[in-house]
Design a protein. Structure first.
Ligand code: NAP
Length: 320
């Protein structure tokens, strides 16, 4: 007989492993599918200082394996596989993966997001040759060279500050003159001598020979075009949800994020979403963990009762 899991979780980030931990602890037959490595986006973070319980901060590459260790110790199964498609056979959710078919009664989508791109000439061509989305991975390659960081959010400033350890100079290029990043990061960035801002400016092209050599800039107020010599461009202009495989089945918002209620339930019975793949996510590690726990509790309740009344007016009681 074909094996049917109680709960399958797509994505091995904080949201996914927290959901897995809760599911396994409730003795569900639970499987987490991850395509790369435990941790998801946190693997790019060298120093996480806003996850409670770690007063000295923790590196993302330390937290990632700990998440997996914790959940598997409680009984979660983990498989390295990429989900390609989803379809429904009555109440059973059937996932096509690059390692075969997986069937489950409840599905928690915690597939996260990937870095948004600028869509400018040179961006794709020089990816890995000076264009990067990971300062922790690539920063050291540009020791004593000038680099640029694009964006004005938390990620841009976090990574720009990290890059000042290596680069001769870091220029943060932002399309407005007000930053989106939290105040603490803004204060640190403004107090760092090696880091300067270029306001009201967008990048029109990335140029070079074998590797990045310069970027072409445009002042959005005056239209003036200039060029800047840099050895690398680190792009942090937000995130795009990984939801292509369920586009035809589960309602998404205009940004491609999964629409859920406060219990992480989608309109499809037994399908939930957690973390920054869902709409209105605060997109923080701690809220991803909260989403994961909430989604698992709601999935467990669905498995026990068969009830599915997605909607924020629904009063949820955990005890059966
Ligand atoms: P974000 O907060 O969405 O910021 C994206 C930045 O890129 C914004 O400043 C935006 O400009 C700019 N931008 C967007 N599209 C652009 C374009 N086409 N050209 C030029 N600039 C563009 O994204 P994020 O910084 O990646 O952060 C994502 C989420 O993760 C956030 O919720 C953030 O708080 C969280 N995060 C937190 C931490 C931390 O707590 N340390 C670290 C990393 C990420 P505008 O401001 O003009 O829109």
């Amino acid at each position: 007989m074909t094996h049917i899991y109680d709960i399958v979780i797509i994505g091995g980030g904080v949201a996914g492993f927290t959901a897995g931990l809760y599911a396994a602890r409730d003795r569900c037959r639970a499987l987490l599918l991850e395509r790369f490595a435990a941790g998801g986006q946190v693997l790019n973070c060298e120093h996480i200082e806003n996850y409670p319980g770690f007063p000295d901060g923790i590196a993302g590459y330390t937290l990632g394996p700990l998440l997996q260790q914790h959940a598997t110790k409680l009984g979660l199964a983990v498989q390295l596989a990429e989900v390609q498609a989803l379809h429904l056979e009555e109440t059973v959710k059937v996932l096509q993966t690059d390692s075969g078919e997986v069937r489950t009664k409840a599905l928690i989508v915690a597939s996260g997001s990937r870095f948004a791109t600028l869509g400018i000439p040179g961006e794709e061509e020089f990816l890995g040759k000076g264009v990067s989305h990971c300062a922790a991975c690539d920063g050291a390659f540009f020791s004593d060279h000038p680099v640029a960081v694009i964006g004005g959010g938390d990620a841009a400033l976090d990574e720009a500050l990290l890059l000042t350890r290596y680069a001769s100079h870091v220029t943060v290029i932002h399309r407005r003159d007000t930053l989106r990043a939290c105040q603490l990061l803004q204060e640190r960035a403004r107090a760092t001598q090696k880091l300067t801002f270029r306001w009201n400016t967008v990048v029109r092209a990335i140029e070079g020979n074998e590797r990045v050599q310069r970027i072409l800039l445009e002042d959005v107020k005056t239209g003036q075009q200039t060029s800047m010599n840099v050895a690398a461009v680190f792009i942090y202009i937000g995130l795009k949800p990984n939801t292509e495989f369920l586009r035809h089945l589960v309602p998404l918002n205009e940004r491609g994020q999964i629409v859920t209620d406060l219990w992480m339930r989608t309109a499809i019975p037994g399908i939930l979403a957690a973390g920054d793949v869902r709409h209105e996510s605060a997109r923080q590690l701690i809220t991803a963990a909260g989403d994961g726990a909430t989604a698992a509790l709601a999935a467990i309740r669905y498995l026990r009762t068969g009830e599915w009344h997605a909607g924020n007016d629904y009063v949820f009681s955990r005890c059966q």
